[in-house]
Structure formats: structure tokens, C-alpha cells
Design a protein around this ligand. Sequence first.
Ligand SMILES: [Zn+2]
Length: 247
Amino acid sequence: MREEIELHGIVLSSGLQGDYDKRLVILTKERGRITAFASGVRRGTNPLQSKTQMFVMGSFKLIPGRNSYRLTGIDVDEYFHELTADIDAYCYASYFCEVMGFFTHEGMVATDYLNLLYVSMNALKKGIVSKKLIRCVYEIKLMDVFGQGIQSFSCPVCGNEELTYVFDASAGGILCKDCLKKAKAPLTLSETARYTIQYINSAPLGGLYNFSVTDEVTEEIQRVTKQFMDVYVDKKFKAADIIDSLQ
Ligand SMILES: [Zn+2]
């Protein structure tokens, strides 16, 4: 029998399996996105019943198998109950988990991804920054961590650091004067919007949600992230459709 290991992470999804079991997808710091089966947890008296929910963060005790893991226990650090009690927050957090599942895979060290998810779910839980802005920040930072970030400090075409206020998704970021003609779908940004994108790109994960902007600026940044994701992410997310349908 293989030895039990302990991994730290957040449950990205939790589905039913058979009559009494659950299938979890967990983003772990140590081994990336893994699949774990929890057998018998849906029997009434099983103490793991309430811990094997989406958004639960903690230390997971697992026995590795060939393609998946068997879950034997969880020390929960945070349930994020607030995110299941509020339908809007639930939809956004579900979206964050769905997108995270797409960008991560098994066998990677996922410390930055996990920390980004944690601080973003925490921001949703606190409810100080608007959910729309949290989504923009999350998307910009996730693309950055992934290595396909919006270039906001130098021109993505020629490297010039004297930038205009024109963003172009297919060029990869904010352009300089000389490269404006290369823009396929230019978006002209306000000074605050450009600065905010630069701030998000350079801020450490712990300081990502220490600011707020007006609704107008949020909408500008939303257009930027939408165009950017459309160009670079070849996938439609179910939870994104649900968020859009709520508005
Ligand atoms: Zn340029």
C-alpha cells in the first residue's frame, strides 16, 4: 500500500460519484491540479461530508494512485461559506475556479496560482472591492502568472517604453506611437485605466486588492480583459455565461 501524503490546496470542483462518493478536483501548491476520489463521504455520518465542498481550503491527506488520488482526510483552514451564501459571489468564485482549472495541470508547482485564487476569493468574501473589478484583477494577474500577461510597461511590438494610451489585444498590450498603425482593434484608455493595469501587473499578490476605481474605469478595464481573453484563451467558460446572464 502506498503511503499517505499531505498536499495544501483549494477544491476547484466537487461532483457526485456513484451513490456515496465524491470526485474532487483540487488545486494543490505542491502538485498542481489533481483529481481525488472520496469514497463513502455521502453517507450521513461521514465527517468528510461537509469538508468535501467546492472552495474549501486546507491540508488534504491523500493516497496517490495511478491516475488519481484517494482522499482520506482534510484539515480545513477556510470554508469560504460566505461565497456559497451569496449567489453573485458564488458565481464569481465558481468562475475563478473554472478558469484556474483550465490554466493549471497536474505535476506543476502552483504556489502563485493558488495564492492568487486565495486572495481573490478572500476579496470576494470581504466584499469591499466590486466583484467586477475583482474579476478584472484576477484575469490580468492570472494571465501574467501564466506568462501571457498584458504588456503595460513597454510596447509589445518594439519594446519602446514611451507608451500611448492605446491598447490592442492582438498586439499584446499598450502600444507606443510608432506602432499604433499595427493595432487591429485599438482601445483608447484613460490615464487611470492605464495606470491601474500597470499597478495590477506589478503589485505583489498580497497587495492586489488594496485599491478601488470608479465604475467607468472598471468598465474600461473590463473591455481590455475581455478582448485580451478572447484573443489568447481559446475556451468559453460556463460560469462566465452565468455571470453575464445575471447582469
Ligand atoms: Zn512600439
